[in-house]
Structures are given as C-alpha cells and as structure tokens.
Design a protein around this ligand. Structure first.
Ligand code: G6P
Ligand code: MN
Length: 460
C-alpha cells in the first residue's frame, strides 16, 4: 500500500518514517511505499536528509528497508491512486503562524495557533486549501483514507468531511497523552484503561478512566500527590480538577486560566521575547538551513531541535501556572506518530481499535448535529472510524463546545460564501474574544496581514 504525506517537509515526518520502518521489520507492514509532497523543496530536502540517516541506521541493523520513499512535486500525481493520505500542512508557513499570533496579541486577545482568534484566522486561511485537497483526493484516489493532522484539526476535518464524508479522520495526540499520564499517575498500564473522553479538538475532557471493572477517576481526584504528578494536574491544580470533576485537555488552560494564559504570552512578547511561532522558527532555522548540505549531521541536528521544541512546548502556560516542569516522558514527541500509526494499522489491517479521533458526530454527543466533527473514542477498523456513544456532556461542557462549534461553523460559512460577515461572527462568537469591537479589529487586522485572506473573503 502507498502512503502519501502532504507536508512531507514537515518537522515531524521523521517520527512517522521511524515508526513505519519499525513496522517494516516485522515483515507484515501494509505500507510499502511513501510519497512525500511539499510545496517547499528546500524543507523537503532537509527532511529527506534525516530520512536518509534513518534508513542507513535501519540498513545497518536489519538490511535494506522494505519501504521505499520518494518525493513528488505535483499534488495530483502525489495523490493518484494512493491508499492513505496523511495531511499535515501549514498554510502560510511559520510566518503565517506568527501573524496569527501577533495580530491577536495587538488586539489584546490570546495569540495561539489553534485556540481563539489565532485559530480562526488560521482556519479561514486553511479551509480553502483543505477543501482543494479533499476534492483532489476524491478525484484521484476515491478509495483512500485521509488522516488529518492539519490544524485547527477539528475544523479542518469537518471542512474535508463535506467532500470526503467519513473517509477523513482527524487526529491529535493530546487526548491520548492526557489519558496516558492520568493512567500512569494511578499506577495503571494505559493499555488496560478505557478512557471516557469527549469534546472537540483541543476542547475536551477526560470524564472517566475505566479499569478492572470500575471508574478510577474518583480515586485520582482524591489523591493529591497522584493528581499533581503529571502535567495537566499541575497546570490546572488539584482544587480546580476536583471542583470540575473531570480532567481537561491541556488546551483548556487557555479557557480556564484565560487571563493568566493570555497575559503570560503578552508578557513574553512585551519583554521582547518570541511568540511560539517565532520560537519554533528560531529553533528550526539552523536545521532547515543546514541539514541538506550536511547530511551526515542531519539526524543529530533534527533530534536536538526536536527535543528543544518539546522542552519549550506551552512554556508560557506552564509559567502562568507557577512554573510547571515538563516530565521526562513527555519529551518524546507526545506520541504524535503513534496515534497516526494506530489509526493506519486499524484501517489497513482491519484490526479493530478503540481510538480517540475526530469524526462526524452521528449521535455520539447528544445535542450536536450528525455532521459536527467531534473528538471522541471511536471504533476504527477497515470500514473507518465510528464514534462510540459518549455519555452526555455536562451543561458547562456542552455550552463551551457549542460556543466554539458555532464559531467554527461561521468560519466554514465565510469560506463557502466568500463573505466577511460570517467571519466577523466567528471572531465575535468565540468565548475568548470579549467584544464585537475587538472582533472587528481582528478581522481587519488579519485581512491587512494576509493578502490571501482578502481573496478568500472578497465580499462584505
Ligand atoms: C500538540 C498538539 C498539536 C500541535 C503540537 C505542536 O501535539 O496537539 O496540535 O501541533 O502540539 O505544538 P507546537 O507549539 O510545538 O507547534
Ligand atoms: Mn492537536
């Protein structure tokens, strides 16, 4: 089977490649061919150098890899007849991420790539491209499964599902990361725990950890030491988790500690420090500049940069929460590639797995329509991902989910109609934008910053 990676020059591609190589050793790996597509040839060459080192190491240990890799410069050709598509693109590149952040900060609201104003801007820019990709998949590879990592992942998956139906599955590593950390805090093997998680991407709650025939979440909430032994516990604090009765996804820090989280970023930037986009750009500059020309060092350069990125992940939030440290086990890439591979294995081998993914609701969360993409435990096998019924959300969870989904829907309407009024509503409806006047400032600011957005939204 062939896997096409859109965004093949992306920084995390070697993680996926490493996992595929490991699979290939066992001999029964379904994927035998990888096609990398990227609009940026230089980035592709840098990543290609890392993959080359990984293949050398593989060759030395196990012989010639049973996995070929090639680059393809044309999107339609890259997708033609492929079996699986990983889509992990960044429309506008890191420079776009920085503008998403900076325009929001200038308007006095949170600057983050997926949450709040920044996420809306990123979504407005990304949805038209995701739509074009979905149409090309439908035309060139109608039987393919699309695994979408492209952020904002829930919104982008919903946009693609309008074309591809349930053949697109959105993924994120944060729910599984939360589950794993919570299980370990209880001394449980995460593989033996069934997680009751529900919400939207970057907006969900772990409401139960079922193991040995009972829910162990109450035990965890009662145990102060265990509760503060992992990142989310320290970010939110034991008292708030108990009051809430659930464990929020780490991105909910931007909502529950909205003021502190926003001020922490604003403070960094006011002190001349970088936004997250600027920080990552600086971290990765040397790698993308030098790796292709120094192939022998490419892997070491990449690995060092990867560790630095993981170490500084959500640093402002952790500082806002009183100097929370990252645990050693969270520096290994967060399991991004593991989630992707788990979905792919379940589909290609028809090995049913219960995975938390982004799919059309189809009744899983009551009160949301069937087409709303939600992030819930789903049964994944050769027939795709079917969401499992989730217990009802609390009124509070439901209110937040509906508020954010309504903003997402306005983004989709804005792109579909080419008009700015739904885009204004998207900013204004978002719970982290506190005034319609600010929403207007944001829309104007993003239109000024992004010429391509003026093309997406030509009409009032
Ligand atoms: C987590 C999130 C992703 C995000 C990633 C990188 O894995 O779930 O959606 O892309 O972190 O964040 P960063 O700030 O390092 O780009
Ligand atoms: Mn994510």
């Amino acid at each position: 089977m062939r896997l096409t990676i859109l965004g093949g020059g992306g920084f995390r591609v070697p993680l996926v490649h490493r996992a595929l190589l490991a699979d290939a050793v066992r001999g029964d790996a379904p994927i035998s061919e990888v096609v990398l597509y990227d609009r940026d040839a230089a980035r592709l060459r840098a990543i290609g150098a890392v993959l080359g080192r990984q293949r050398d190491a593989h060759r030395a240990a196990h012989g010639e890899p049973k996995l070929t890799v090639r680059a393809e410069a044309d999107l339609a050709a890259a997708l033609d007849g492929t079996d699986i598509v990983f889509s992990a693109i960044r429309v506008g590149g890191m420079a776009g991420r920085v503008l998403d952040e900076r325009v929001a900060l200038s308007a006095g609201v949170l600057g983050q790539e997926t949450v709040g104003a920044g996420g809306i801007s990123y979504g407005l820019r990304t949805v038209p491209v995701a739509d074009r990709i979905a149409r090309t998949v439908a035309e060139r590879a109608p039987g393919a499964w699309v695994v979408n990592f492209t952020n904002p992942a829930g919104l982008v998956t919903e946009a693609m599902s309008a074309v591809l139906g349930d053949r697109v599955i959105g993924i994120c590593d944060s729910p599984v990361g939360l589950g794993r950390r919570a299980a370990r805090a209880l001394g449980l093997d995460p593989r033996e725990v069934s997680f009751d998680y529900a919400g939207l991407n970057h907006l969900g709650w772990l409401r139960g950890l079922h193991a040995g025939g009972r829910d162990r979440l109450p035990d965890l909430l009662a145990d102060e030491a265990a509760l503060t032994s992992f990142e989310e516990g320290r970010l939110f604090g034991a008292a708030w988790l108990r009051a809430l009765g659930a464990l929020p996804n780490e991105y909910l820090h931007y909502y529950y500690m909205a003021r502190e989280a926003r001020e922490a970023v604003a403070e960094t930037v006011a002190g001349g420090g970088p936004t997250r986009g600027e920080q990552i750009t600086a971290q990765q500059r040397e790698f993308y500049r030098d790796a292709a020309g120094r192939p022998a060092d490419a892997f070491a350069l990449w690995d060092r940069t990867r560790l630095e990125r993981e170490e500084t992940y959500m640093a402002d939030n952790r500082r806002a929460a009183g100097g929370v440290e990252r645990a050693e086990e969270d520096l290994d890439g967060g399991g991004y590639e593991k989630v992707a591979l788990a979905v792919m294995r379940a589909i290609t081998r028809d090995e049913p797995a219960r995975l938390i993914v982004n799919v059309r609701n189809r009744g899983a969360i009551s009160g949301l329509d069937d087409d709303a993409v939600v992030e819930v435990p789903s049964l994944v096998d050769a027939s795709g991902a079917r969401p499992l019924a989730a217990g009802a959300l609390t009124a509070h969870q439901s209110a937040l989910v509906h508020a954010v989904k309504s903003a997402e829907r306005e983004v989709l309407a804005a792109v579909r109609t080419g008009s700015r009024t739904p885009a204004l509503r998207a900013f204004a409806f978002h719970p982290l934008v506190d005034s319609v006047t600010t929403a207007r400032t944001l829309l104007d600011g993003y239109l000024a910053a992004f010429p391509e957005l003026r093309e997406v939204l030509p009409r009032p």
